[in-house]
Design a protein around this ligand. Structure first.
Ligand code: FEO
Ligand code: CA
Ligand code: CA
Ligand code: CA
Length: 725
């Protein structure tokens, strides 16, 4: 899975010349006051956030996690769990520094204005600013003068998943009526933010006015490619989109164009240097003023039902002023969403492409693997309760020598869905016209996919991916979130892929139900029994599954699997359900110090460390009193040993992570600090990041107060070493 933009990874633990943690504690004991005020350890203590002296001492005696096959070891000690009341700050281990890098509303494109603080920006201003609620991201380095990659300068692509209208507008969503101006600003805050990141004299900043700075929003022109492009279900009402409204032209689109990308959750990237943004809960942005067909007697009704389209949506009101998002007026428009979109980060004038060959569902993330035969596959999860895990295998080989030949690699290949068997084996089932479904007939004979020829059958299989997976009996999972692949380095040569299964409150009951093979089940409504791969009833804490492809090739039709971890709280005796006790295989280090739950973000760095980010109740109450606030942990894939690297501010999740190629700078996303506050009191739960810093990482740009802001932070190791070493 190595791209040409990434280093070869024969990396050992960094040899630090900084004082050891025991030295630092000695200094604390000698002069607590001097330490805090900025003695040699002052920076380290500041970066450790809420770490108390007691916390330091309780964790200091944990030895470094040693290297093993494919794993370089962990060289930091866990930060303590951030238990309630959650401090309004991010904490990182001793020896690391965390700083604000970019936040919602910061200017990233030419002409962008500084964040006003009171959310008084117009849609036009938001179009040039960093979007809302950042999620997955990737750093694309520039080439250095000597042809190597530059770890001090790159284009950072960041997803902006959704908006919280109470924070987005000064008066919230309902004050002064709801207007097209509000719809346009909300649409402008969705999508992807592309910005230039640069480190100058040790300080990271967003390059002002960079020509690479760019926003993709809910209204950006895109093309549609692959087998579903041009199908009748992809042809929509054509509108002229203006600030003042969207007006029908009287024409239909040709099914090969789309406007906008929304609910951009996690991400991926390709070894040929493009960014992949994944459209997740797109259904929530649609609605209607009229009754929406969600019945089982029409094709549209079944599609709406299986993908969760409804009149109310998630409470967005776009459809009230923008008829493009009214699913009665424009019933095919949702079919243009739920895809993986490919973006060229270095060409701000390029048109993003929706790649239909990778299927249509609530895409969480996408992780590529190139095997030793240069075959390439992309692993993906559909994040909703009782949905599925997929892989797309490109028909052509990846060509490392001639990147241009990979340009349309994502248009031709085979989409598979996973079945996990009780004996720890599994199958990849091809979603193609020939495949025989549970009803004993080939998908081409299934009425859901009936078409004039196999090309049309395949198009329908991809537009209705969930129904095709239902038809072939795929395994219903506990909300598949991110996928990640373990690098094949330092003696590890398997194709091994991990997927977070974050939770599921709809599994296990006396009257079980499954997603019907005829595709008629409403989204998220089934209640399957527990199974080997999803062993808990009403799974509160989640788990992480992993699989190894047979024959170490991405083209395998079978695999073996196990559970890497069943998450839980080792400090509680609470047993909500017989199968929900803590019996995970976390090897917490020291014991219990790195419990975590609701795993969501998952990513292997190029050095072999596994990073996992969580999305649970952010106030550390209820099931989370011991685990604390959301966090990011670093884990050893060989042993499961886990250490906590970062904790989040109140009511924030940790999502999105990337590094510079040298591994010395890490960018991490914090989403929705102070979630659920209202326009009347935006800072009711959090005022982060300005609660933690006066200025951003550049050392000069102030952080205006007023409302909490989803942000990307930048983390460096004080000895200049590799993050995690
Ligand atoms: Fe957008 Fe499944 O997290
Ligand atoms: Ca997520
Ligand atoms: Ca969340
Ligand atoms: Ca989540």
């Amino acid at each position: 899975m190595k791209g040409k933009s990434h280093p070869t990874n024969d990396v050992t633990l960094s040899t630090s010349t900084s004082p050891s943690i025991l030295d630092v504690i000695d200094q604390v004991n000698a002069s607590r006051r001097r330490f805090v005020q900025g003695g040699v350890g002052g920076v380290a203590l500041a970066s450790a956030g809420g770490l108390t002296l007691g916390g330091l001492i309780s964790t200091v005696h944990a030895a470094p996690v040693p290297p093993g096959p494919g794993f370089p070891g962990i060289g930091f000690e866990s930060v303590p769990a951030m238990r309630a009341p959650v401090a309004d700050r991010v904490t990182v281990p001793l020896g690391y520094t965390v700083q604000a890098f970019v936040a919602w509303g910061d200017p990233i494109a030419p002409g962008g204005t500084a964040f006003a603080g009171d959310a008084s920006e117009t849609a036009a201003q938001q179009m040039l600013q960093f979007g809302a609620h950042n999620d997955g991201m990737h750093f694309f380095p520039f080439a250095s003068r000597d042809g190597s990659v530059d770890s001090n300068r790159g284009v950072l692509c960041v997803n902006n998943e959704y908006t919280h209208e109470e924070i987005l507008f000064p008066d919230g969503q309902v004050g002064n009526g709801y207007t097209i101006a509000k719809t346009r600003k909300s649409q402008a805050a969705h999508g992807v933010s592309v910005l230039e990141a640069r480190k100058i004299r040790g300080n990271w900043s967003v390059v002002k006015g960079s020509r690479y700075g760019r926003r993709l929003t809910a209204n950006t022109f895109m093309t549609v490619s692959g087998p579903a492009a041009g199908h009748a279900l992809m042809k929509t009402v054509e509108y002229t989109i203006a600030d003042t409204g969207s007006t029908p032209t009287g024409n239909s689109s040709d099914g090969r164009v789309a406007y906008g990308t929304i609910n951009n959750c996690a991400n991926g990237y390709t070894p040929w240097g493009t960014y992949l943004t994944c459209e997740e809960n797109f259904n929530g942005n649609f609605g209607s003023k009229s009754v929406v067909d969600t019945g089982t007697s029409t094709e549209i009704g079944k599609l709406n039902r299986r993908y969760g389209i409804s009149a109310a949506g998630f409470g967005y009101r776009w459809h009230e002023t923008d008829p493009r998002f009214d699913v009665v007026t424009n019933p095919n428009e949702p079919h243009l969403f739920g895809w993986v979109v490919e973006v060229d980060p270095f060409n701000p004038g390029s048109t993003p492409v929706k790649r239909t060959a990778l299927g249509r569902f609530k895409h969480e993330s996408v992780q590529y693997v190139v095997d030793t035969a240069s075959r390439i596959a992309f692993y993906m999860g559909d994040d909703e309760r009782n949905e599925y895990i997929y892989k797309f295998v490109a028909a052509r080989k990846f060509n490392a020598a001639r990147p241009a030949l990979n340009r349309n690699l994502l248009d031709t290949g085979t989409l598979y869905v996973a079945r996990f068997n009780a004996d720890l084996t599994g199958q990849w089932i091809a979603l193609t016209p020939d495949t025989i479904g549970l009803d004993g007939v080939a998908l081409r004979a299934n009425p859901n996919f009936a078409g004039a020829d196999d090309a049309e059958v395949q198009a329908k299989i991809l537009i209705k991916t969930r129904m095709a997976a239902d038809a072939v009996g795929a395994t219903m999972m506990d909300r598949p979130e991110w996928t990640g692949a373990r690098p094949r380095i330092n003696g590890f040569d398997e194709v091994e892929v991990y997927c977070t299964l974050t939770n599921n409150n709809r599994r296990g009951t006396t009257t079980p139900s499954s997603n019907a093979a005829d595709g008629s089940t409403a989204a998220g409504s089934a209640r399957p029994p527990v199974d080997a791969a999803n062993p808990r009833e009403d799974n509160v804490y989640g788990h992480i599954i992993r699989w190894r492809e047979t024959g170490k090739t991405v083209t395998a039709s079978s695999f073996t699997w196990d559970l890497f971890v069943q998450n839980g709280d080792s400090a509680t005796t609470k047993v909500a359900k017989p199968t929900n006790d803590y019996k995970g295989n976390i090897v917490a280090d020291p014991a219990g110090s790195a419990d975590f739950g609701a795993p969501d973000g998952l990513w292997f760095d190029d050095f072999g460390r596994l990073w996992v980010q969580t999305d649970q109740a952010g106030n550390a109450t209820g099931d989370w009193v011991n685990i604390g606030a959301n966090c990011m942990v670093c884990a050893d894939p060989n042993t499961g040993t886990t250490r906590r690297f970062l904790t989040a501010p109140p009511n924030a999740e940790v999502t999105g992570v990337t590094m510079t190629p040298d591994g010395k700078t890490m960018f991490v996303g914090l989403q929705h600090p102070g979630e659920d506050s209202t326009a009347a009191n935006p800072t009711a739960f959090s005022n982060w990041p300005q609660s933690q810093w006066a200025v951003k990482a550049d050392g000069v740009t102030p952080l205006p107060a007023g409302r909490p802001r989803s942000s990307v932070v930048v983390i460096t190791k004080d000895d200049g070493g590799i993050i995690g070493s």
